[in-house]
Design a protein around this ligand. Structure first.
Ligand code: PMV
Length: 346
């Protein structure tokens, strides 16, 4: 259809990697496979209103949480340039992009995964509205993930749930070009897994992920790290099938520390953890020793701590967090989330 105008709206979640993506080749191709839990509560909600225009430039406005936002524009401009070949209608319309997050602004929670996936999904819906034939759901999701990857690598893992793999791996049905829902068997131990995010530092990221990925070029440990991610993915998959908490914990915590180890050993080097990050990690280890708990932590490229635990432990772990860990959070702030099922059209 040759529409004059219309509007589409999507809510898309954030995700937390268990095996980390850190290092990329040209065109947002990952150096190693990664796997993530899709989150449920931490989402970006984006509405795109499109209206036909005459000139051939990209034209869009960004309204973030009700206010005109110039800061996001360069990233979206780059995104449009990258995806133009796959979305030929981009120059024919003006786009009003209205977007907001369910989690607090500048909480240190990365919004690039939820934000870029929400935008990619909106563009797919527009493509659908302009097309005369129905785009089937598997292809719709695959292409949305493909586009999201070109916005922000990890965003390709936010379209579906509950676990998503991205990056080629010998023993997994996956691709470097888009994320795919993990179809392996998942033991009931890992259903409805909980993620409570402890906000240790809400400041701007010290190192953007673009800079971070680039630090893996010529990094002395890069090749070993990329190999290790393949092994860790295989080990983790087996743990997910068997319901093996012990192995799950050792892979997930090691992956988090390895991500930070890569930053600490790059040139230039960075320490993205804060003293309180280490306090929390030590408290979690103590708690695990003293109880039969299977709680563990993971980290993004920042100081905040994701506390992961089985649903059955919710009461006790929340009690532990409230009595022993909140003191290490900025303004006692933490966010309760859990595994989710992916994006939704609104
Ligand atoms: O999607 P990017 O380019 O912002 O990279 C994010 C990488 C990590 O969040 C640190 C790890 C991951 O796999 O999500």
């Amino acid at each position: 259809a040759n529409l004059e105008k219309g509007s589409v709206k999507w809510a898309s979640p954030s995700n937390i990697a268990l095996v980390k993506y850190w290092g990329k080749k040209k065109n947002q191709i990952p150096e190693n496979p990664s796997i993530s839990f899709t989150l449920s509560e931490c989402k970006t909600i984006t509405e795109v209103t499109f209206s036909k225009k005459e000139n051939a430039n990209f034209s869009f406005d960004v309204i973030f949480e009700g206010e005109n936002n110039e800061a996001f524009k360069p990233k979206i401009q780059t995104f449009f340039e990258r995806i133009e070949v796959y979305m030929p209608f981009l120059r024919d319309y003006h786009f009003k992009i209205e977007t907001s997050n369910t989690f607090p602004h500048s909480s240190g929670i990365a919004s690039s995964a939820s934000g870029m996936s929400a935008l990619a999904l909106c563009l797919m819906s527009i493509e659908q509205e302009l097309s005369s034939s129905k785009i089937e759901k598997p292809y719709f999701n695959q292409k949305a993930s493909f586009l999201a990857r070109l916005g922000s690598g990890s965003a390709c893992r936010s379209i579906e749930g509950e676990l998503v793999v991205w990056g080629q791996n010998e023993s997994t049905d996956s691709s470097d070009l888009y994320g795919v829902k993990y179809e392996g068997e998942i033991h009931s131990n890992f259903k409805n897994y909980q993620d409570t995010i402890l906000l240790v530092d809400k400041g701007e990221k010290q190192v953007s992920s673009t800079v971070g990925h680039n630090l893996m070029y010529g990094h002395p440990f890069a090749e070993e790290r990329f190999k290790q991610a393949h092994t860790n993915l295989d080990v983790l998959k087996n743990a997910l099938t068997m319901g093996d908490f012990k192995t799950f914990i050792s892979v997930v915590e090691s992956e988090a520390l390895t991500l930070h180890a890569m930053m600490m050993t790059s040139n230039p080097y960075f320490i993205l953890m804060k003293p309180n990050t280490l306090q929390i990690i030590n408290k979690i280890w103590e708690y695990r020793k003293q109880t039969a708990s299977n709680v563990c932590f993971t980290l993004d490229a920042g100081a905040n701590v994701h506390v992961l635990y089985p649903k059955s432990e919710t009461n006790s772990v929340l009690q532990f967090i409230k009595t022993e860990l909140v003191e290490y959070c900025q303004n006692q702030h933490f966010i309760c989330d859990q595994i989710g099922f992916g994006a939704n059209q609104i």
